[in-house]
Design a protein around this ligand. Structure first.
Ligand SMILES: Nc1ncnc2c1ncn2[C@@H]1O[C@H](COP(=O)(O)OP(=O)(O)O)[C@@H](O)[C@H]1O
Ligand SMILES: [Mg+2]
Length: 240
C-alpha cells in the first residue's frame, strides 16, 4: 500500500541542521499493524507525519499505491489524507466547543455529507467505541480514555485504510490504555491498517510488526510473534 524510498527529513533550525530521518526505506502492507518504537528524539513522530502526508520529506519518494505523493500539491495531499488516513494524537485534539457526536461527525461535514447521513455514521462509530451514553458531552466532561475513544471514532469517520496514532495512550491510565488498544485490535481484524508510535513496550506489543528507530534510521524491523515478544524488552527510554 505504501512504500518509502530513501526518505530523509532535515530541519534547518539554528546553526546546524537536524537530520530527523536518514535514508528510510519501508514497505507497508494493506493489513499492517505496525509499532514504531525508539528513544525520544529518534524520529518517530517525524516518520508518522511523513507517512500521514502531514509533512513532506526533504528527500526521497513516497508511493501510495502507484502514486508518488511527493509530487502532489497541498490540496491533493489534503484530499488523500481525508480519503485514506485517520489520525489519533496523544492529546486527543478534539474541539472543546463541540460535543462528542459533533466531533465525530466533523470530518463528514468537511466531506459534504448530508446531516442525516452524518448523524447515522456518528452514532454507529460512537457505538463501536462504546460511547453512546455520552453523545452530547463536551470533551471537558469526559475522562481521558473517553476523549480518546471519541477521537478514535472521529479518525474512522471517512472509513480510512490506515490509522496513524502518535502515543495514543500516552496520557491514559493502563485500564483505559487497554480499551483503546482493544479497539485498535478490532480494527486490525476488520482490515484497517494501523501504525502506532509509542515508547512504551506494553503498547508496542499489541502490534504485529515492530520497527525501531535510532538517530533517524531503522535499526530493527521484525515481526512480533506474540504479545510479549522479547524483542520489545530493552526497556525504553521515556519521553516522546
Ligand atoms: N519542527 C522541527 N524543527 C526542528 N527540529 C525538529 C522539528 N521536529 C522534530 N525535530 C527534531 O527532529 C528529531 C526527531 O524528532 P521526533 O520525530 O519528534 O522524535 P520522537 O517522536 O522520536 O521523539 C529530534 O531531534 C527533534 O528535536
Ligand atoms: Mg514523538
Amino acid at each position: 500500500m505504501i512504500e518509502l524510498k530513501n526518505i530523509s527529513k532535515s530541519y534547518s533550525t539554528g546553526a546546524s541542521p537536524v537530520n530527523a530521518l536518514v535514508d528510510i526505506n519501508l514497505k507497508l502492507k494493506r493489513d499492517e499493524f505496525l509499532a514504531v518504537m525508539g528513544p525520544s528524539g529518534s524520529g518517530k513522530s517525524t516518520l508518522l507525519h511523513i507517512l500521514g502526508a502531514l509533512d513532506s520529506p526533504s528527500e526521497g519518494d513516497y508511493f501510495l499505491e502507484d502514486i508518488n505523493i511527493v509530487d502532489l500539491s497541498d490540496r491533493e495531499l489534503s484530499r488523500i489524507r481525508n480519503e485514506h488516513f485517520g489520525f489519533v494524537f496523544q492529546s486527543y485534539n478534539l474541539f472543546p466547543e463541540l460535543t462528542a457526536l459533533e466531533n465525530v461527525t466533523m470530518p463528514l461535514v468537511l466531506a459534504g455529507k448530508p446531516p442525516g447521513e452524518r448523524r447515522e455514521k456518528g452514532l454507529e462509530l460512537l457505538e463501536m467505541v462504546d460511547m453512546t451514553h455520552r453523545l452530547n458531552h463536551f470533551p471537558s466532561q469526559l475522562s481521558g480514555g473517553e476523549n480518546q475513544r471519541v477521537a478514535v471514532a472521529r479518525a474512522l469517520a471517512n472509513d480510512p485504510d490506515l490509522i496513524l496514532a502518535d502515543e495514543p495512550t500516552g496520557n491514559l491510565a493502563s485500564s483505559q490504555e487497554e480499551e483503546i488498544l482493544e479497539i485498535f485490535r478490532n480494527l486490525h481484524e476488520q482490515e484497517v491498517a494501523l501504525i502506532i508510535v509509542t515508547h512504551n513496550p506494553r503498547v508496542g506489543s499489541w502490534g504485529k510488526r515492530l520497527i525501531r528507530l535510532q538517530d533517524g534510521g531503522i535499526v530493527l524491523d521484525s515481526p512480533i510473534a506474540h504479545r510479549f515478544d522479547p524483542t520489545l524488552l530493552p526497556q525504553e527510554e521515556g519521553g516522546r
